[in-house]
Design a protein around this ligand. Structure first.
Ligand SMILES: [Zn+2]
Length: 224
């Protein structure tokens, strides 16, 4: 069992797709989970199907959706970093690394979950993972938490190998669906199809809702 889990992602809904079941397994165990969400995903192009948001209202809507998702996940410690969507890679990395490090020192997690830098497709994802890794590497080696990183670029397994952490989250599949549904502005177009495919035992849909895969990041290999 973990002492405390810290989750760091740039967008509301990043915590839903590849991680919700794992988060639920920790909160069900009464392990505290802190979630740092860097932005409100306010530059997203998806405004809901049917339209429920405009460019002006999207941040507020996504903030409410994230609150609801956190409630469903049992996360009581949500930290908004108030950064601008699609700009994580262009912001002052020193400041970001330091802000993340302060939270790590405060909550003292035994496990950190974030994106694997370089293999997470979206520049915000890669920049978030890189900042988290650099924050942790500022700690003495013996004080560093374990990092479980998410990767999903096409080539990732060729370079970093297969994931070494495979979590069976079948017990949480319906809760995970609810968390995805909570992000209505982003998921309304796909959730019914996913539910239907899941009920028909479609292989990809079942895998999506019952298995979550992570790579343990080699956190002790300090890079220049
Ligand atoms: Zn994202």
């Amino acid at each position: 069992m973990e002492r405390h889990v810290l989750v760091v992602f740039p967008h509301p809904d990043d915590e839903a797709f590849g991680v919700a079941g794992t988060i639920l397994s920790h909160t069900t165990n009464s392990t505290p989970v802190t979630y740092i969400c860097l932005t409100l995903g306010e530059m997203g192009r998806n405004m809901g199907r049917p339209l429920i948001a405009s460019r002006e209202t999207l941040p507020e809507i996504r903030k409410k959706e994230l609150d609801e998702a956190c409630k469903l996940l049992g996360i009581t410690d949500l930290r908004h970093f108030g950064m601008r969507d699609k700009t994580v890679e262009f912001t002052d990395q020193k400041v970001l690394i330091d802000r993340i490090l302060q939270v790590i020192k405060e909550v003292n997690p035994s496990l950190v979950i974030t994106f694997y830098p370089g293999y997470s497709v979206h520049p915000d994802h890669d920049a978030t993972g890189a900042a988290v890794i650099q924050a942790i590497q500022k700690l003495p080696s013996s004080e560093r938490p374990t990092v479980h990183a998410l990767a999903f670029s096409k080539d990732c397994e060729d370079v970093i190998g297969p994931p070494d952490v495979i979590n069976d989250v079948a017990n949480y599949s319906s809760n995970k669906l609810q968390v995805m549904e909570a992000h209505e502005s982003q998921t309304a177009g796909m959730i019914d199809a996913l539910k239907e495919a899941f009920l028909k035992k479609d292989e990809a849909a079942v895998a999506r809702l019952t298995v979550e895969r992570f790579w343990t990041y080699p956190i002790h290999n300090d890079r220049p």
